[in-house]
Design a protein around this ligand. Structure first.
Ligand SMILES: Cc1ncc(C[n+]2csc(CCOP(=O)(O)OP(=O)(O)O)c2C)c(N)n1
Length: 274
């Protein structure tokens, strides 16, 4: 199943608009997180462009999306708010007592199709959804965003085999390869996770490597797939992307900026836009 030709890809996707949106989303994520001291800002910045491309260019109304790295869900929340799916009143109460949006996504909240947060289960959920669509002979697709930490989970590779066994070419997997777990570098502490691209090929997938912060390249890669197999985009990313003091600095998995750090981050995210 081919989703678009290369020519159509460059015509159909406005990469400059995506860059502007992602700056706006980074500011919104900082805004709603900093005021309540919420964690997981850096993980959300890591997967923001792929989530943007999924929602703004790939996902049709009946398609599905699973944020397997559930702790990256604030990226999903701000996009769903922008699309008018998630009410601003809910976003404003992110991670507050009485609010419905916590640090991991819950199915049933507007726009959320899978409950995740316990890592290593999202690809299995996505494969189940894709297999159900295949059995129904529908043309619906399933998109999954998975972290490189989840590549340490056996359940991820079981799901990858199941997808290959059934040639689920309605499944698009975005692997957020930022080389960090919670605090450790994956290439140092779990080096056998690599090489990733070759592993997906060995598991019977079509797979390509791409700059995970280049929305135009992400879209073009998704559009270039040949079909007949599940498809993985191995996305090279930077954890904390967009704010200088967060990039590659593991504590920003957990920390929220103080007032001065917040002001600097907002300034940087404005400067990049001008
Ligand atoms: C099964 C499971 N074990 C441990 C955790 C705790 N935990 C939360 S995030 C995280 C690691 C984050 O690294 P990664 O999964 O690579 O995501 P990134 O933020 O780097 O994109 C861990 C271990 C969890 N959520 N689920």
């Amino acid at each position: 199943m081919q989703i678009a030709t290369k020519k159509a890809a460059s015509e159909a996707f406005d990469a400059a608009a995506a860059r502007a949106r992602c700056l706006k989303y980074r500011r919104r994520i900082l805004d709603i997180s900093q005021r309540v001291g919420a964690l997981h800002i850096a993980p959300a910045f890591s997967c923001l462009e792929m989530t943007d491309v999924i929602y703004h260019a790939l996902k049709r109304p009946r398609d599905a999306f699973v944020m397997s790295k559930g702790h990256g869900c604030v990226s999903q929340y701000v996009i769903l708010e922008d699309l008018g799916v998630m009410p601003t009143e809910q976003i404003e109460r992110y991670c507050t007592p009485g609010g419905v949006l916590g640090a991991h996504p819950d199915r049933g909240t507007p726009g959320i199709e899978a409950s995740t947060g316990s890592l290593g289960h999202g690809l299995g959920i996505g494969v189940g959804m894709a297999y159900a669509e295949y059995l129904k002979e529908s043309d619906c697709r399933v998109h999954v965003v998975l972290s490189d930490g989840e590549l340490q989970e056996g359940s991820t590779w079981e799901a990858a085999q199941m997808a290959a066994n059934h040639k689920l070419d309605n499944l698009l997997l975005f692997v957020d390869l930022n080389d960090f777990g919670g605090l450790e570098r994956i290439s140092e502490h779990h080096p056998a996770v690599f090489p990733v691209l070759e592993k997906f090929h060995a598991f019977g997938w079509e797979a390509v490597e791409v700059n995970g912060h280049d929305a135009g390249a992400l879209y073009a890669a998704a559009a270039s797939r040949k079909g007949g197999k599940p498809f993985a985009l191995v996305c090279r990313t930077v954890k904390g992307r967009g704010v200088s003091y967060m990039e590659h600095v593991p504590i920003w998995h957990y920390r929220s900026p103080n007032k001065d750090e917040y002001a600097q981050a907002m300034q940087e995210l404005r400067e990049i836009s001008s």
